[in-house]
Structures are given as structure tokens and as C-alpha cells.
Design a protein around this ligand. Structure first.
Ligand code: DLL
Length: 434
């Protein structure tokens, strides 16, 4: 099933034709309506008529999160307040959040994008979906909410938190789809098992997103909850969710390319990389009216595949992001992505999907401690030293092979590490605080 089949299956030439038309219009729109872009483009010597091909986008300067902060709150809006129908803001923990304004058309485009993605994931009018993202300034809940309503699903806006009640509603309503972060899904499963009601849940589909989740972690969640999980990606600065998402093939997340133009650049040099390369994702919003964005540096590291998918969709597919360039841990000079650690941990049967990474500095040298829980069924190992030691050695060795550095591994009892209702915070970096 597709929500907008004619658009989702356009030949590549057609997609690029639409993208070029829209890009030209967008650059002129930004130039004329947003003083920030007017000045940026002038300084770079780019007038809208310089854009003749899609490649010419390279002349346009990048936009960063700092630019958004500097223009807080409404400096990047391209329309007067009377045309703004809704405002969202990033969850930014430090300083001012980044603010996004949507016109009525933007909200319509956003829910179309979401409707496509949830349909691709397998949702339809028989879906009863509990949305366990926090409702509010965060884009996750309302983004999924309007997309799911649009396709006729039954939406239960239960928001995040109060997990016991979530589980009760899930059971009583016969909820068959769950929207949440992967880490919250894992926690819901764990609590449902503890309460002895896991077998009463009717969940079939998980629409996860908003944080990284390796395939190994996804398998663990699917096993716990007995559902089929898909991943979707987006960020506040670009609407929220709805930029891209997986279809049932799960071989990359289809980018809504008629609304979002994607590039991959070298995060160090800013140079545009050839198709198929891994690098930082840069997105231009092709159709947004309220707060259009030119060449936004997402900081997310991924790769884009332009081959058509077995599902019939022709929109390019981005890999699950390997991580954010600013989440990359530099340990004794070696770059490590938390997702690599997650992959190793989850490949061991005895290990539960709950871990924490603690970074410290001792004698001018970085140290990475990996704390991870054993599955409940293997908790007895904690009293069986030889067995524990054997597992410990195996994991440590594998970690060294994959990461190229030594780490300290601590195997923990069940339910000793923190659980999360939103995005998991697994990295504790104590290096700067001594
Ligand atoms: O997390 C938007 C969203 C909500 C996406 C619900 C999907 C579902 P922010 O809070 O601004 O927005 O965070 C954006 O989260 O730059 C990525 O680093 C990360 N992220 C989002 N989705 C994924 C994903 C929302 N599927 C930042 N896989 C992005 C990995 C993701 N990382």
C-alpha cells in the first residue's frame, strides 16, 4: 500500500525535475523573504538565478544550528505571524531551543509525509495506535498523530510516561501499534513482562524513531514485544519526523525527496561527497513556507542509496544514521560510534538491551567503561565466577576487534541501569569535569 503512489514511484528523472523547479523557487523565496538568507546569499555572491542545475546547490552556504539559535525565536520565519499556524521547538537541553513555525500548508505537507511513512510501515485504518511520545513542543507526537489520523488509523494520544497505565490501555483497547522511542518500547515490554501481561498485548507494529537503534537492538525489541518494527527519521529543524522512514523491506529509510533534498558532505571539510559515500546528511526543505531551510547540516552520519526499492518506491533510501558527528566518541584518538558498541553487545545472547557508556580521563588517557545488564535468565551467572569471566573475556575481545581499542566492561544484574521514557541518555562523559 502507498499513500501517494504516483509521487512515491516517480522515475528518478521526474523526481529531479521537480526538485530543481522547487529549489529555484525556494532560493528566490528565501532571498526575498528572510533577511538572514538574503545577506548570506549576497555574501556568497549567489543570486537566485545562479541555480540552473541541482548541482548548483553547492554555491549556497550551509545553515547550522548556531544560525537558528542566533535568530531565536522567529528570525528565520519567511511569513508574518498571522500566517503561522503552529510553533514547535527542539528539546535543546542547554540554552535557547531552536524554534520552527509552520503555515497551514506546511502542516498539510507534514502530515502527508507522515501518512506516506506510516503506510509504508504497514499501518492502515485497522491500526489502533498508542502514541507514546511526549505531546508538546516536541515534534514527535503531533507529527505521527496527524499522519496516522490522515490514513484513518485509530489514534490514542497517550503521551509518554505513566507506563503501567500505558500497558493497561494497550491491553484494554487492543492497541496493535506503538509509536515511541525504541528505548521506551523496550521498557514497556520489560514492565509488561514483569506484570505478567505481556501475552495479553496485541501489538503487531512498532513505529519507532527519534533516536538511533541498531538492527540488533531492533531484534531484541521485536522479540520482547512480538511486533514488526520500522524506523523513521527527522528533526525539529526540518518539521520533525517525516523526513524519511522504512518500508516493510527495511533496507534504508525512504526520503520524501519531493519535499526534502538530501546531500552527503564531508563533515570536516564541508565538501559534497559523491553518491554512495558515507558522510554528514545535509537537507534543504523544498516546499516549506513558514521556515524554509537551505542546506541544513544535520550532523547525522549516513549514506544514501538511489536505487529503486523492492517495494516499488523510487525515493532514495538513507541508512539508519550511524550516529551524530558530535556523539562520536574520540577515545585515545580513535573514533568510536556508540552504535558500534551496541551492535557488539547485542550480538551476545546473555546480554540485555540496557547499557551505559562512561568516559573518564586518567593519567591524561581516556577510558571507556561499558556497563551492561545481563538478561534476567542469565542473572545466576553473577554468582558463577568462571562462567562470568568467560563471557566477560569474549565480549571484551570482540569489542577490541571491532573498535580497535581496549575498554573496561562491567556486567551488571538485571534492572540496575536507568530506563528511559523518551530518548535514551546512554553516554556519561566525565572527561571535562575531571
Ligand atoms: O527526534 C524528530 C523525530 C520524532 C523523528 C519522532 C522521528 C520520530 P529532534 O528531537 O530534533 O527531532 O532530534 C533530531 O534525533 O538529528 C538524529 O540525531 C536523531 N534521530 C531522529 N530520528 C532518528 C532515527 C526528532 N530514526 C535528532 N535514527 C536527529 C537515529 C535519529 N537517530
Amino acid at each position: 500500500m502507498m499513500f501517494q503512489k504516483d509521487l512515491e514511484t516517480m522515475p528518478r528523472g521526474e523526481i529531479e525535475k521537480i526538485q530543481l523547479e522547487r529549489l529555484k523557487r525556494l532560493v528566490a523565496y528565501c532571498y526575498d523573504n528572510v533577511p538572514f538568507y538574503h545577506d548570506r546569499l549576497d555574501a556568497a555572491g549567489v543570486t537566485p538565478d545562479k541555480i540552473k542545475t541541482l548541482d548548483d546547490i553547492k554555491y549556497i552556504p550551509y545553515t547550522t544550528k548556531a544560525d537558528m539559535r542566533d535568530n531565536y525565536p522567529f528570525g528565520l520565519f519567511a511569513v508574518p505571524q498571522s500566517k503561522i499556524a503552529r510553533i514547535h521547538a527542539s528539546s535543546g537541553t542547554t540554552g535557547k531551543p531552536t524554534v520552527v513555525g509552520y503555515t497551514k500548508n506546511d502542516l498539510e505537507m507534514w502530515s502527508d509525509c507522515m501518512a506516506r511513512l506510516v503506510t509504508a510501515a504497514g499501518a492502515d485504518e485497522n491500526t489502533i495506535v498508542q502514541i507514546c511520545f511526549g505531546y508538546g513542543l516536541f515534534t514527535g507526537a503531533l507529527g505521527l498523530h496527524y499522519g496516522l489520523e490522515k490514513i484513518g488509523a485509530t489514534v490514542v494520544p497517550s503521551s509518554s510516561g505513566n507506563t503501567e497505565k500505558q500497558i493497561m490501555l494497550m491491553k484494554d483497547f487492543g492497541t496493535n501499534a506503538l509509536v515511541s522511542t525504541p528505548s521506551y518500547a523496550q521498557y514497556i515490554g520489560e514492565l509488561a513482562r514483569e506484570k505478567g501481561v505481556l501475552g495479553d498485548l496485541k501489538l503487531k507494529l512498532g513505529l519507532f524513531g527519534s533516536e538511533g537503534c541498531t538492527i540488533e537492538m531492533r531484534n531484541a525489541i521485536e522479540n520482547t514485544l512480538g511486533l514488526f518494527a520500522t524506523d523513521n527519521y527527522g528533526m525539529s529543524e526540518l518539521n520533525g519526523p517525516g523526513v524519511s522512514g522504512e518500508c516493510r523491506e527495511r533496507c534504508g529509510m525512504h526520503i520524501n525527496e519531493d519535499h526534502f533534498l538530501a546531500e552527503i558532505i564531508d563533515p570536516q571539510t564541508g565538501e559534497v561527497l559523491p553518491r554512495g559515500s558515507e558522510g554528514e546528511l545535509v537537507i534543504t526543505t523544498l516546499t516549506k513556507e513558514g521556515m524554509p531551510v537551505l542546506r541544513y547540516r544535520t550532523k547525522d552520519i549516513t549514506r544514501i542509496d538511489y536505487e529503486p526499492c523492492a517495494c516499488g518506491r523510487t525515493f532514495a533510501r538513507m541508512d539508519k544514521p550511524k550516529g551524530r558527528s558530535d556523539d562520536m566518541l574520540k577515545i585515545r584518538g580513535v573514533n568510536v560510534f556508540p552504535s558500534q558498541i551496541e551492535t557488539v553487545l547485542m550480538s551476545f545472547e546473555e546480554i540485555a538491551p540496557h547499557y551505559q557508556l562512561i568516559l573518564t580521563r586518567e593519567n591524561y588517557s581516556d577510558r571507556l567503561e561499558i556497563k551492561v545488564e545481563l538478561k534476567e535468565a542469565y542473572a545466576g551467572m553473577l554468582d558463577n565466577f568462571p562462567k562470568l569471566e568467560e563471557l566477560h573475556t569474549k565480549i571484551t575481545k570482540e569489542m577490541k576487534t571491532v573498535l580497535g581499542i581496549s575498554t573496561k566492561l562491567t556486567l551488571m544484574g538485571s534492572k540496575t541501569l536507568e530506563r528511559f521514557q523518551g530518548k535514551a541518555k546512554r553516554i556519561v562523559d566525565l572527561r571535562s569535569s575531571g
